[in-house]
Design a protein around this ligand. Structure first.
Ligand code: GDP
Ligand code: K
Length: 266
């Protein structure tokens, strides 16, 4: 039995995919403490459950939806992340994907809206993209159900596992050193310490609160300020969060140049 969590930007076809993968049964309630809908369904074939996270653009909590996602990643155990990505909005969608990859759990990308991408003249080399990101990338048209069987196989482990090397961005020496300093202070057994460190520096308040439970707040504030000032002086950025987002966007852009083509009509 695998427990799979479904994550993706809003309007990427998450609900359509959820319905196709789970059939009719689903449990609907609210996430603890917030009036955000929580859907849990049984995967077709009974091989596991699918938990639907709210649609989100980033893990950096700005809204209740993003807060729910960060809380979930911090506190719940699950096996696999199913990341729905809109093929026609790839560059924007991958910002969340990179943050989910940094979390370090097995991840499968359902590259949805392939029909829309094709119609707008976009050709995506999904094999190349899969090689670059180090995770399976499955072309899907959730509205018609195309590709959804392959998704089901990939998330329940029915498909043969490929030897892939998970994607990893280096944010530069300054930030990596600061992240290493922070992870050293985290309690033993902390899940995804580097992910927590990067999220902390990006301004994720849920992650910060979790860190404050075991690390001195003054020390955390000082590390944050020192690191931010270093990046302001060295790279001319306004904030540390801006620096991290810029690094991510540049990496994504460079990767996409290697696997996207525009046909003549587009
Ligand atoms: P959510 O907001 O991410 O849950 O997205 P929905 O599942 O509600 O889908 C948003 C809209 O996109 C709906 O009108 C769907 O019918 C449509 N949609 C979903 N998947 C696809 C797809 O692969 N291709 C096309 N053309 N439309 C899709
Ligand atoms: K919707």
């Amino acid at each position: 039995m695998s427990e799979v969590v479904l994550a993706g930007n809003p309007n990427t076809g998450k609900s359509s995919l959820f319905n196709t993968l789970t059939g009719s049964y689903e449990y609907v309630g609210n996430w603890a403490g917030v009036t955000v809908e929580k859907k849990v369904g049984t995967l077709k074939g009974g091989k596991g459950t699918l938990i639907d996270l709210p649609g989100l653009y980033s893990l950096n909590p700005l809204s209740h939806d993003e807060e729910v996602a960060s809380r979930f990643l911090l506190g719940e155990s699950f096996d696999t992340i199913l990341n729905v990505v809109d093929a026609s909005q790839l560059e924007r969608n991958l910002n969340l994907t990179v943050q989910l990859l940094e979390y370090g759990k097995p991840l499968v990308i359902a590259l949805n809206m392939m029909d829309v991408a094709r119609q707008s003249g976009l050709e995506i080399d999904t094999i190349r993209l899969s090689g670059l990101l180090g995770v399976p990338v499955i072309p899907v048209v959730a509205r018609s159900g195309k590709g959804t069987n392959q998704v089901l196989e990939a998330i329940t482990g029915a498909a043969p596992g490929e030897e892939l090397k998970p994607y990893f961005i280096s944010y530069g020496e300054g930030l990596e050193n600061a992240a290493a300093e922070l992870t050293k202070r985290m309690p033993e057994g902390t899940l995804s310490p580097r992910w927590m460190a990067i999220q902390f520096f990006e301004g994720n308040s849920v992650v910060r609160a979790a860190l404050e439970a075991s690390i001195d707040t003054k020390w955390l504030n000082q590390l944050y300020t020192t690191t931010e000032e270093y990046h302001q002086h060295t790279f001319g950025v306004r904030t540390l969060s801006q620096y991290i987002r810029k690094q991510r966007a540049e990496h994504i852009h460079a990767y996409l140049e290697q696997c996207i083509r525009y046909t003549k009509e587009g």
